[in-house]
Design a binder for this molecule. Structure first.
Ligand SMILES: Cc1ncc(C[n+]2csc(CCOP(=O)(O)OP(=O)(O)O)c2C)c(N)n1
Ligand code: SF4
Ligand SMILES: [Mg+2]
Length: 285
């Protein structure tokens, strides 16, 4: 039986009270509740405080370049689609530097589960505005306040045809556990935007700021997560009230299911004859 102890990783270097701790606990809990063992999991991350999460777990991990989390996760999933592949990173990593990759990963609907620690700031580099920083927010890089329109990751994903789009809050671990479990059980790409207070550099979007605003969509009567247009409308809510939960879910084949060559066996387990390589090299070089 898998236990939380099996996922116990190294010592953390996050600030006391950081919202990342709630995410770390939730990821481990969700995996244990799903009965998934560490050797069946690959966590891919980029650069940022959030991207350190895989270091604090015990499982397979690949820590790559800033903003390049999704291409690495995509390749890993295609090579071994039986692995549970997670991409983990920050709002800067995923919505800024890696924004182009997000667009095309969503289009592919590959079975990678993407956890974005959205603290609305660049934490690791000590407090510059990120693509999701609220208008008027004063940071080191925006001394007169943010003037660019904040990116809405939920609307973006919905507009691109994403098959699973959710938001959670690191201050509500049971909710986040539920979202991660639903994402893992989903066929295809899943985006979970996770509101994550940065207690050191973001003194606007604090625990209490979020707590006063977040509400669970499931509890609201009549919300149907299978209607993209309704989800799009819901995704516009930000400010006084912030919805969390699954905005949209749709069942359709994942990218890795559409390749006959890996239908019976993951690529990593297939024996490739040297002659096949020679033929390929001759054709393309
Ligand atoms: C190619 C590249 N560009 C920029 C940087 C500098 N850099 C490192 S982390 C980071 C942003 C971190 O913010 P986020 O992704 O939101 O992570 P957080 O620390 O907030 O969790 C930046 C700009 C880098 N390391 N590599
Ligand atoms: S700087 Fe912010 S995001 Fe980074 S560890 Fe500290 S509280 Fe967390
Ligand atoms: Mg950030």
């Amino acid at each position: 039986m898998v236990t939380l102890k099996d996922y116990q990783g190294g010592e953390t270097a996050w600030c006391p009270g950081c919202g990342n701790f709630g995410i770390l606990v939730a990821v481990k809990k969700a995996l244990v509740e799903l009965g998934i063992s560490p050797h069946e999991v690959l966590m891919v991350s980029g650069i940022g405080q959030s991207s350190k999460l895989p270091h604090y777990m015990k499982c397979n991990l690949f820590n790559g370049l800033h903003g390049r989390t999704l291409p690495v996760a995509t390749a890993a999933k295609l090579v071994n689609h039986r692995l549970h592949v997670f991409a983990v990173g920050g709002d800067g990593d995923g919505y800024g530097e890696g924004g182009n990759h997000l667009i095309h990963t969503i289009r592919r609907n590959i079975g990678v589960k993407y956890l974005v620690h959205n603290n609305q700031i660049y934490g690791l580099t000590k407090g510059q505005a990120s693509p999701t920083s609220d208008l008027g927010f004063v940071t080191k890089s925006t001394p007169r306040g943010v003037v660019s329109t904040p990116l809405n990751p939920i609307s973006l994903a919905l507009a691109l045809g994403a098959s699973f789009v959710a938001r959670s809050f690191s201050g509500d671990v049971p909710h986040l556990v539920q979202m991660i479990k639903e994402a893992v059980n989903h066929r295809g790409f899943a985006l979970i935007d996770i509101l994550q207070p940065c207690v050191t550099f973001n003194h606007l979007n604090t625990y209490s700021w979020y707590k006063e605003r977040v509400y669970k969509m499931g509890e609201e009567e009549g919300y149907d997560a299978t209607e993209r247009l309704a989800a799009f409308k819901k995704a516009q809510e930000w400010g006084e009230r912030i919805p969390i939960g699954v905005f949209y879910k749709e069942e359709r084949p994942a990218f890795e299911e559409l390749f006959p060559a890996i239908e019976d066996m993951p690529l990593v387990n297939q024996k490739i004859e040297p002659k096949q390589f020679e033929r390929l090299i001759k054709e393309f070089m």
